[in-house]
Write a protein that binds this ligand. Structure first.
Ligand code: SF4
Length: 273
């Protein structure tokens, strides 16, 4: 007998949909439960990506590859190589506008060649470092491990003396060091402090590629212990709010700031923008 599949049955939220937690996943879970569900439980693809997100991904791609190659070759780069990386990005993302990515090249070159001088003696140096820890904050060698509880990708990391520098590249127009960014930086520093316990200080730098500026915050081991103590109850509460719920149990949070850039406005009956 032919089986009929009921496509209206929506899956229940399980712990495996929530963990591993990343900074952005926590932000999404706190922002709107509907958006979170469609993103992480049903794993729906957004209907289209905003231009600024594609541009940001393209600039990140060029910058990460430029840093990797510069440190491997141990010599400064030129623009030709940046074009090569940008063209490779366009092959994966046909909607990318090369002429927009190219506008960032002078700042990318200045940054990469400057870091080459600044970090050449570093004991630790990496671009795109993936870090994951389990529930007891043991470092996991596999970023995609089923045991992963928290994880994060650090754009650029290097060391000087007893300080580990962790750099996050941004392409947005904001020059602010707001609370959201500070929390994001603490998240990265916490993961790095577990992976590299030999460092006593963690210098978190926001490199704004649009303006060619670098802002810095310093965290000590005690700052990170305090952050960990605050973070765990937040995650516990989120897990209690989601696990075992079906879509009908969830509560959306429509408002202009949440809905404006939401990937699921086209299917959401509650969208307010
Ligand atoms: S459109 Fe608004 S209410 Fe609907 S899922 Fe997105 S953020 Fe939530």
């Amino acid at each position: 007998m032919e089986k009929t599949i009921n496509t209206d049955v929506k899956p229940m939220v399980e712990l495996r949909h929530l963990r591993p937690w990343s900074f952005s996943k926590v932000q999404k879970a706190k922002r709107c439960q509907y958006e979170f569900y469609w993103n992480y439980v049903e794993k729906r693809e957004p209907i289209e990506k905003a231009d600024f997100l594609i541009l940001g991904s393209g600039v990140h791609f060029v910058l990460e590859n430029a840093l990797k190659v510069a440190f491997k070759r141990e010599r400064p780069l030129n623009k030709d190589l940046l074009f090569y990386f940008a063209e490779n990005f366009k092959k994966e993302e046909p909607l990318a506008k090369l002429e927009k990515i190219v506008e960032f090249f002078p700042n990318i070159l200045r940054y990469v060649n400057g870091q080459l001088r600044r970090a050449s003696e570093s004991k630790v140096i990496a671009s795109e470092m993936e870090l994951a820890v389990d529930k007891n904050f043991n470092v996991l060698s596999n970023f995609s491990s089923e045991k992963a509880f928290l994880r994060g990708k650090l754009d650029f990391v290097f060391s000087k003396g007893d300080t580990l520098y962790i750099v996050d590249h941004k392409t947005n127009r904001s020059r602010e060091f707001n609370n959201k960014i500070k929390t994001q930086l603490r998240w990265y520093a916490l993961l790095a402090s577990v992976r590299f316990p030999e460092f006593r200080r963690f210098a978190l730098e926001i490199h704004n590629v649009r303006y060619g500026t670098v802002g810095r915050l310093i965290f000590t081991e005690n700052d990170l212990k305090a952050f960990r103590t605050k973070l765990l109850p937040v995650i516990e509460t989120l897990e209690e709010e989601f696990v075992g719920k079906v879509f009908e149990d969830l509560v959306p949070s429509p408002c202009e700031s949440n809905c404006r850039w939401c990937d699921f406005r086209h299917i959401c009956k509650m969208a307010s923008y």
